[in-house]
Unconditional design. Structure first.
Length: 323
């Protein structure tokens, strides 16, 4: 069992009626309307009033006789009132219980990136999970509401050095210029642009491309140089592009490295299809040379990005593309 809270949508205590995305380490700025509450079990049985429950005094009919019809009507009225109180009481009790965690405390989750949930979440499926997440041919980005098709010969790894959604070629190799690092001939990652104030897709793509190139062919996360470092680059493309029905922007470079064949990197930026429509960054890194994926695969993947649940493609489920 793990004590770490997994990434997912959780109620935002600072904004009632709103869910906020927890990325596994901190709260993000990504929000959406709260999902409708689900029933946790069968309804409580409705109690009926005792048979001898009566209003004081005999019931009198319109003719003045002590008939039983009015008496039964009064009994039903009282019984319904009592049953109503029982149902209301059960609903109030349920609401109080649902608003507390297993320790009897109300969660104090908030939008601040420094706040962590007070509840302990174990290794249970995410409430936002979907069958497509188990499909080896689909990369599902629940946070941003998109799916990406996984090419043949690629995989979505369970663990990565960088905590972002990733798909990559199955086979790895020793990075040129480093005996302790493993590189992949092709890698694609999807992430939310959470550490920037830039709101323009074009501006963010042009700003992000250098970071994408450095991460793929200059240095690893601990600062060790790989591929002998980048010696030069050439801009191959810088243009607007439609992604999942949204207007985005992409910038593509060809990079030369001190060791190895170098490669191609691309930063693709477009608005999320859900929530606050924060900008999404999809980074591509393809090795050049005969072992790298064809450059056209970048465009093929981009065109196949879909919103989750897209009716035309089932959200990308079951679709794959050849390398």
């Amino acid at each position: 069992m793990s004590n770490a809270t997994p990434p997912g949508w959780y109620p935002d205590a600072a904004a009632p009626g709103t869910d906020r995305w927890w990325d596994g380490t901190a709260w993000t700025a990504h929000t959406r309307p709260a999902a409708a509450p689900q029933a946790f079990g069968p309804p409580e049985p409705v109690a009926t009033a005792p048979q001898d429950l009566r209003l004081p005094g005999p019931a009198v009919t319109a003719s003045g006789n002590g008939g039983t019809a009015a008496g039964r009507g009064a009994t039903r009225t009282v019984a319904l009132a009592v049953a109503g109180l029982i149902v209301v009481g059960a609903a109030v009790t349920g609401a109080v219980l649902l608003g507390r965690d297993d320790g009897g405390k109300r969660p104090e989750a908030g939008p601040s990136g420094s706040v962590t949930p007070t509840t302990t979440v174990t290794d249970t499926p995410s409430p936002t999970g979907s069958p497509a997440e188990d499909d080896p041919k689909v990369l599902v980005d629940q946070l941003n509401g998109i799916t990406l098709p996984i090419p043949d010969g690629w995989e979505k790894p369970d663990r990565t050095v960088e905590p972002v959604l990733t798909m990559r070629t199955v086979n790895s190799y020793e990075c040129p210029g480093s005996s302790s690092d493993f590189c992949y001939h092709g890698t694609v990652t999807s992430r939310i642009a959470s550490a920037t104030d830039i709101t323009s897709a074009e501006e963010l793509a042009e700003h992000d491309i250098a970071t994408a190139a450095d991460g793929a062919y200059e240095k690893n996360l601990v600062g060790d140089r790989i591929h002998g470092g980048i010696t030069s680059h050439k801009v191959l493309d810088s243009a607007s592009v439609s992604v999942a029905g949204r207007a985005g922007y992409q910038v593509r470079w060809r990079v030369e490295t001190g060791k190895g064949p170098g490669g191609y990197v691309q930063s693709l930026v477009f608005p999320s299809t859900i929530g606050t429509e924060s900008l999404i960054i999809v980074r591509y890194a393809f090795d050049a040379g005969p072992d790298g994926p064809p450059l056209s695969l970048m465009d093929t993947i981009t065109k196949a990005i879909r919103p989750i649940g897209d009716s035309a493609t089932s959200g990308g489920a079951g679709s794959s593309i050849a390398p």
